[in-house]
Design a binder for this molecule. Structure first.
Ligand code: ATP
Length: 381
C-alpha cells in the first residue's frame, strides 16, 4: 500500500497533510466569562468532523467563529490556507446551516435553494441547472414547487442542506442539523447526510449534543467540556480508549473503579482496589508511578454475568446481587450491587428466549461478573 493510500481516509495521521481548517490558541470571552478557552484544532479536507458536548460547553461559539459571525478574543483561524481575521462571513469559503433551518416560508423549495445564487448574480440558466442537480441529490426533485409548510421535517432539513450546498462551499458548518427531527427520521437522515457528504467531498463540521449521532456520522469527534477539548479522536478511539473519566462517562456509560497501581510494565498494569476488593489486570501500560491513584473503566457490555463462578479467573472478577433488571428485548441491563455497595451496570444481548417466562439471570440472584484484560482502560484523571 502506498503512503498516500494509507492516509486517504485518515488525513490527520499524515504528517505532510495541510489542515483545511486550522484553529490555533483560540479563546472567546463574553465579558468575564470564557466560552472557548485556548483551543487548537485541525480539520482536514473531506472530513465529517463532529464537535460534541453538553449544553453551554462552547461548541456553537466555536462554530460561529469559524463561520465569521463572532471574532475570537485571541488566537487565529486559518481556512484553506488563509487567515480569517477580518474576513466577513460571506467571503469565507464556508457556509453555515443554522439550528433552525430558516427557510423562506413564502418561497417554493426551488426558490429557497436558488436564493443565494440569485443574490450572488449567478446566470439564470446556471441557477436552474445547479438547483435541479442539488434537488436531485437530496431526492427532492418532485417537491420543487412545494412551499416549506407542505413538507415533513426531514424534507425541510434536506431543503436547507441543498440551499447551503448549492453555493459549493468548500466546507459546511452545521449546528445541530438533525435537532428538529424525531428519532426514526433522524436515523434515516444521518445516513443521507453521510452519503451526500461522501458524494461531494465537502468538509462538514457538525455541532451536536447527541453522542449517538456523533458516533455514526463522524470521521473524528472532538468532545468539548467547559470551553476546552477533553479529547479528539475517531469514534472508536473515543469509545474504546477514553482518556479521562469525563469522556468515558460522556460517551456511553462506564463502570468506574478507584484503585492504586501495584504493577506497571510496558504491556500490562495491575490495579488493586479495596472497595470493592478486586484486582484488575489490564493489558496496556500507563507509565505512571506504582502506588498512584487511578480509575479502571469497564463498559457494561464488556462484562460477563453468570450465576456460576467463572473458572480460573483470579483478576477481573467481582460478585454481587442483581438489584434491577431492565429488559429491552434485544438486550437486558443488570444493575448488580457488589460488596461495598457500588452498583455495577452490565448489558447483555438476549441470545435465547426466556424459558417459561424466567430469565437466565433475574432479580436478587447472586451473580459473578468477569471481563477480559483487554476490556478495561486505566484512567489517570
Ligand atoms: P447548546 O448545546 O446549549 O447550544 P453550546 O455548547 O453550543 O450549547 P454556546 O452557545 O457555545 O454553547 O455557549 C457557550 C457559553 O457561552 C454559554 O454559557 C453561553 O451562555 C455563553 N454565551 C454564548 N453567547 C454569548 C453571548 N453573546 N454573550 C454572553 N454569553 C454568551
Amino acid at each position: 500500500m502506498s503512503e498516500q493510500t494509507q492516509f486517504d481516509d485518515r488525513p490527520w495521521l499524515d504528517p505532510e497533510a495541510e489542515p483545511f481548517i486550522q484553529v490555533s490558541g483560540v479563546t472567546k470571552r463574553f465579558g468575564t466569562f470564557t466560552a472557548v478557552d485556548n483551543v487548537d484544532l485541525q480539520i482536514y479536507q473531506g472530513e465529517l468532523f463532529c464537535m460534541l458536548g453538553g449544553s453551554g460547553c462552547g461548541k456553537t461559539t466555536l462554530l460561529r467563529m469559524l463561520a465569521g459571525f463572532d471574532n475570537p478574543t485571541s488566537g487565529s483561524i486559518y481556512i484553506d490556507g488563509a487567515d480569517m481575521t477580518d474576513v466577513p462571513p460571506y467571503e469565507r469559503p464556508v457556509n453555515m446551516m443554522f439550528q433552525s433551518y430558516a427557510l423562506f416560508p413564502h418561497m417554493t423549495v426551488e426558490q429557497n435553494v436558488a436564493y443565494g445564487l440569485k443574490r450572488d448574480g449567478v446566470d439564470k440558466q446556471e441557477i436552474l441547472q445547479r438547483v435541479e442537480e442539488m434537488l436531485k441529490m437530496v431526492e427532492l426533485s418532485q417537491f420543487a414547487k412545494r412551499k416549506p409548510h407542505q413538507l415533513s421535517g426531514g424534507q425541510r432539513q434536506r431543503v436547507a442542506l441543498a440551499r447551503a450546498l448549492v453555493k459549493r462551499p468548500k466546507a459546511l458548518l452545521l449546528d445541530e442539523p438533525l435537532g428538529a427531527l424525531d428519532k426514526r427520521l433522524r436515523a434515516q437522515t444521518q445516513y443521507e447526510l453521510m452519503n451526500i457528504q461522501d458524494q461531494l467531498g465537502v468538509t462538514f463540521v457538525v455541532v451536536t449534543h447527541d453522542q449517538e449521532e456523533a458516533m455514526i456520522l463522524s470521521t473524528r469527534i472532538a468532545v468539548m467540556d467547559a470551553g476546552k477539548f477533553a479529547q479528539i479522536g475517531t469514534p472508536t478511539e473515543i469509545y474504546e480508549s477514553p482518556e479521562t473519566r469525563f469522556v468515558a462517562n460522556f460517551i456511553g456509560s462506564a463502570n468506574m473503579f478507584e484503585g492504586r497501581i501495584t504493577e506497571d510494565s510496558a504491556d500490562h498494569v495491575v490495579v488493586r482496589s479495596s472497595d470493592p476488593a478486586c484486582e484488575f489486570y489490564i493489558d496496556h501500560g500507563v507509565s505512571i508511578k506504582e502506588g498512584s491513584k487511578v480509575w479502571v473503566a469497564v463498559r457494561p457490555e464488556k462484562i460477563r454475568v453468570s450465576v456460576s463462578a467463572p473458572e480460573n479467573a483470579a483478576a477481573n472478577q467481582l460478585s454481587g446481587t442483581v438489584r434491577d433488571v431492565g429488559y429491552l428485548g434485544n438486550t437486558s441491563t443488570y444493575r448488580v450491587q457488589v460488596a461495598d455497595g457500588q452498583i455495577v451496570e452490565v448489558t447483555h444481548p438476549n441470545q435465547s428466549r426466556p424459558r417459561g417466562g424466567k430469565h437466565a439471570v433475574d432479580w436478587d440472584d447472586v451473580v459473578h461478573l468477569s471481563w477480559e484484560p483487554s476490556s478495561a482502560v486505566v484512567l489517570t484523571e
